[in-house]
Design a protein around this ligand. Structure first.
Ligand code: DC
Length: 226
């Protein structure tokens, strides 16, 4: 489904495998756009919290979705996320959003609305789309489908290092347990992650630095004409 702007590259994979960093790096290397779909779900959750609309308020959510405008600025303009023209890139990363975003992302009407926008953004190609349902639901005919994998211990170690670097005190075991719980929740969701299309390439990231991972994906994209 390559468009005039290039390939559609879909990246998904397990929690904490480094999908966002890899997707951004691949987009930069190929001068493609980066479609961070998790950021879009986070923007809906932020909007819900601000307007006092909970994930189980059907009518409120329908109104919210009808007024919602989400834009992602190009990477060379900072790769920011705009919610109705306001830059919410930092606000959507706050822990209170991380805690509730799953309940908004589970809503079929939210998914339907965001999937439509994601397909529109990918229609011309030249995009690296990242998120759990990219190759299974949103872009089933993507030119390159990547699933990033890493062992639980490795993911826990990396995430723990990030916490330590940012001054958060948490034990490695706690981080490991949190990721393991989220893995289980993820497996129980009935969209996205289950399907494993035959043409998905698994990239095992254990023991690899992020630049090696980006290099592998870029090489696969080049083979397909990027
Ligand atoms: O990758 P992230 O942590 O920014 O994702 C935020 C939330 O959105 C998380 O609960 C997973 C969900 N999500 C989703 O349901 N579908 C996507 N395509 C991307 C993210």
């Amino acid at each position: 489904m390559a468009g005039p702007l290039g390939l559609v590259i879909a990246i998904d994979g397990v929690i904490g495998a480094g999908k966002s960093t890899a997707a951004r790096g691949v987009a930069q290397a190929l001068h493609y756009r980066h479609l961070d779909t998790g950021a879009m779900y986070r923007a809906v959750a932020l909007c819900g919290i601000r307007q006092g609309v909970s994930a189980d308020d059907h009518q409120g959510l329908a109104n919210l979705l009808s007024q919602l405008r989400i834009q992602l600025t190009p990477l060379d303009e900072g790769g920011r996320i705009l919610l109705n023209d306001e830059d919410v890139s930092d606000a959507i990363r706050r822990p209170e959003i991380t805690r509730v975003v799953g309940s908004y992302a589970d809503r079929p009407d939210v998914r339907q609305r965001l999937i439509e926008s994601q397909r529109a953004m990918g229609a011309e190609g030249g995009i690296v789309a990242e998120g759990r349902d990219m190759s299974t639901v949103v872009f089933p005919s993507a030119d390159l489908k990547i699933r990033m994998l890493a062992e639980l211990d490795e993911r826990a170690r990396r995430r723990h290092e990030e916490f330590v670097a940012s001054g958060v005190e948490i034990s490695l075991e706690q981080v490991r347990q949190d990721i393991s719980t989220r893995d289980l929740e993820d497996e129980q969701r009935d969209y996205g992650a289950q399907g494993h299309p035959r043409d998905v390439t698994d990239v095992l990231t254990d023991g690899l630095g992020i630049d090696d991972v980006i290099g592998q994906i870029v090489a696969l994209a080049r083979q397909r004409g990027a």
